[in-house]
Design a protein around this ligand. Structure first.
Ligand SMILES: [Zn+2]
Length: 162
C-alpha cells in the first residue's frame, strides 16, 4: 500500500541512478534496441533492479519498471520511496501507461520518480526547464500524481458497492 514519502537525498538519488544504469545491462531488447533499466528504492533501503525483457511475440514483452516491481513484490517488498528509470537515448523517457498503473498499486502519488537520459550526467538542454522538473545532469524529477493524474487505485475497490 502507498506510503506518504518525502524527497530522497541527492546522495540517495545519485546511488539510485547509478544502480539504474547497472540494471540496464540486464536488458534483453534485440528487437527495439531500446534498453531500459529501473532501480526501485525500497522503504528499508535496499534497491531492486529491473530491465526490459522483450519477446519474439512482442506482446510478451515486459518493461523495466514492471520487472523491478514484480521482482520486489514477489519477494515480499511492497513499500517504496523512489524509482529511477534510465534508457539508452539522450532524453528522459517516461514510463508507459501500463507501468504507471502498476506503480500506482504500490507507490504513493508523491514518491520521487527520476527519469534519466542515457547520456546522464550532462548539461540541461534548452528545452529542459527546471520548472518541468529537470534537475542537474539532465534527469527529470516527477511522481505518479504528475504521470497518472486522476488515477484509479486499490482504495477504490474498498468503497461500498451501491
Ligand atoms: Zn512500461
Amino acid at each position: 500500500m502507498a506510503d506518504k514519502t518525502h524527497s530522497i537525498s541527492a546522495e540517495d538519488r545519485e546511488k539510485l541512478i547509478k544502480v539504474a544504469f547497472e540494471a540496464k545491462e540486464g536488458t534483453y531488447s534485440p528487437y527495439s534496441k531500446f534498453a531500459v533499466g529501473a532501480a526501485l528504492l525500497a522503504l528499508d533501503g535496499h534497491i531492486i533492479k529491473g530491465a526490459n525483457i522483450e519477446n519474439a511475440s512482442y506482446g510478451g514483452t515486459i518493461c523495466a519498471e514492471r520487472t523491478a516491481i514484480v521482482k520486489a513484490v514477489s519477494e515480499g517488498v511492497r513499500r517504496f520511496k523512489a524509482l529511477a528509470v534510465v534508457t539508452n537515448v539522450p532524453s528522459s523517457i517516461s514510463p508507459c501507461g501500463m507501468c504507471r498503473q502498476v506503480l500506482r498499486e504500490f507507490c504513493s502519488n508523491d514518491m520521487d520518480i527520476f527519469l534519466v537520459p542515457g547520456d546522464y550526467p550532462r548539461p540541461l538542454k534548452e528545452n529542459e526547464r527546471p520548472e518541468q522538473g529537470y534537475i542537474e545532469g539532465g534527469a527529470r524529477k516527477t511522481n505518479l500524481a504528475e504521470l497518472l493524474p486522476d488515477s484509479f487505485g486499490p482504495e477504490h475497490l474498498e468503497l461500498p458497492r451501491a
